[in-house]
Design a protein around this ligand. Structure first.
Ligand code: ZN
Length: 466
């Protein structure tokens, strides 16, 4: 019968590592004082509470079950068991095998007695509680840092200093250029190549790739917005590198179906999504895209539906008609007049402020729900309303960020051919349509089966070009 020494190296997420040498020395000294013969079991474990497999611990348990072990010397019981389940199972196993636990720090725990098992359980509970309290505190502090607009900790963001508070000018300039090229239609791989060719590396010294460029460009931090676990929390204290609408536009482009590697969980996007509006008087909501299958031939059809008044239109004929009219418009000789379109009076500052206010309202609704002021249904209603408004504002911001979507078309020798090449690149088609016109869907005449072009109301911009 031997005495086992169990050592676990861990550098838990609180950064409180415990070196193996310290554990080993103390455990061996204790065993030597009693004259015990020892066998060592060692694990190199990165997290104190994770459920990761520990080969050393498994070997120790096997030796215990085989009746080779009399007692286990550990630095502290928290080395042996990382969570409640391991502890409960472990105590039971050691009871059956009549093995005691001798911690360097703390009293010997004789697992054959109720007292020893009780103590092992309680000491362990306090260990677990301590870990959980620390982790709760960390979460709370992270939330507060985010609410105060302090930068996220972690690796240095490209374009910013290590503390995340000041711009690194040459990187910032490269990043602005990357946004411009993305909005002009360059691929992520192309942008990665540009950055590599210009001698820039990621902030950990790696080559730029498709994926790292995507992460960087899609990050609202670059617009001075602080997020936490994917949600926007506050206005950051650091300077924005590009305006919010630029990042919004980038995010919209990056979420295009053609750019995705998989479509699971993504909302359906068609030409009219976030573009067409309900044409019923006093309604004017953005329509949503959905499917309907109640047709004689049993086929499923795409439809646009107003979320408010439930106006519903078959999507394909509408999209075809809109594309056709835009094609005609781009073929007209007065096309170059569109070059003067310029700023159509979008107040970006106001849009950004509105977006921020809506996000704050969403946060406070959640807080009110947590305090019991709002019930589940009221919270859901509030969140849905705010999400609808926010979608509109974000769509406008994304639009404004796509600086002059018409420019590439107007610069081309054959604008119509150029436009036709965009077919299916929804985001860019939408940007062109938005720059040219607005689209309203009117209710179809009763009893009419065939598509009626008069029920799609296009309002060309500006008025003088009609
Ligand atoms: Zn409606």
């Amino acid at each position: 019968m031997a005495t086992a020494i169990y050592l676990r190296i861990s550098e838990d997420r609180l950064g409180e590592g415990l070196g193996v040498e310290r554990q080993r020395q103390d455990a061996r000294a204790l065993a030597a004082r009693h004259g015990w013969t020892v066998r060592e079991f060692v694990d190199n474990d990165i997290s104190a509470t994770s459920g990761k497999f520990r080969p050393g611990y498994a070997a120790l348990l096997a030796a215990v079950k085989a009746g080779e072990i009399e007692r286990i010397v550990v630095f502290h019981t928290s080395r042996l068991w990382r969570n409640r389940r391991e502890r409960a199972d472990g105590i039971e196993l050691l009871r059956e095998a009549r093995v005691s636990v001798v911690p360097v720090k703390g009293p010997e725990l004789d697992m054959t007695t109720a007292y020893g098992r009780g103590m092992a359980g309680m000491i362990g509970e306090f260990d677990t509680m301590e870990v959980e309290i620390k982790s709760e505190r960390q979460r709370r502090e992270a939330q507060q840092r985010a609410e105060h607009g302090k930068p996220a900790s972690g690796r240095r963001p490209f374009g910013y200093s290590a503390d995340g508070m000041t711009l690194v000018e040459d990187e910032a300039e490269a990043l602005r250029g990357a946004y411009q090229r993305l909005l002009a239609g360059r691929t992520l791989t192309g942008i990665a190549n540009d950055l590599n060719a210009a001698g820039f590396t990621t902030t950990v010294g790696g080559l730029w790739r498709h994926s790292s460029v995507r992460l960087m460009l899609g990050n609202l931090r670059n617009a001075g917005i602080r997020t936490l676990r994917g949600k926007e929390v506050s206005k950051g204290l650091w300077p924005a590198l590009v305006p919010e609408e630029t990042v919004r536009a980038a995010i919209a482009i990056l979420s295009e179906p053609t750019r995705r590697t998989n479509n699971v969980g993504n909302a359906r996007r068609w030409l009219g999504t976030r573009l067409y509006r309900c044409g019923r008087t006093d309604c004017d909501r953005l329509v949503i895209s959905t499917y309907r299958e109640r047709y004689a031939d049993g086929r499923v059809r795409r439809v646009y539906r107003c979320p408010s008044c439930h106006l519903s239109r078959l999507a394909d004929p509408v999209d075809q008609w809109v594309r056709r009219l835009v094609t005609l418009r781009l073929g007209r000789p007065d096309l170059m007049d569109l070059l003067d379109l310029g700023d159509d009076g979008v107040d970006l500052e106001a849009l950004r402020a509105t977006a921020m206010t809506l996000r704050q309202r969403r946060e406070s609704a959640v807080k009110m729900w947590a305090r019991g002021v709002l019930d589940d249904l009221e919270l859901e209603t509030a969140k849905r309303e705010i999400a609808g408004e926010l979608a509109e504002v974000e769509a406008k911001l994304a639009d404004a960020g796509r600086e002059n979507a018409l420019a590439p078309l107007l610069a081309a020798e054959d604008p119509v051919a150029e436009w036709k090449k965009l077919n299916g690149q929804l985001d860019r088609e939408q940007a062109v349509i938005r720059a040219l016109t607005s689209v309203r869907l009117l209710p179809p005449p009763l009893g009419r089966r065939k598509f009626d072009p008069d029920t799609v109301d296009l309002n060309w911009k500006p008025d003088r070009l009609r």
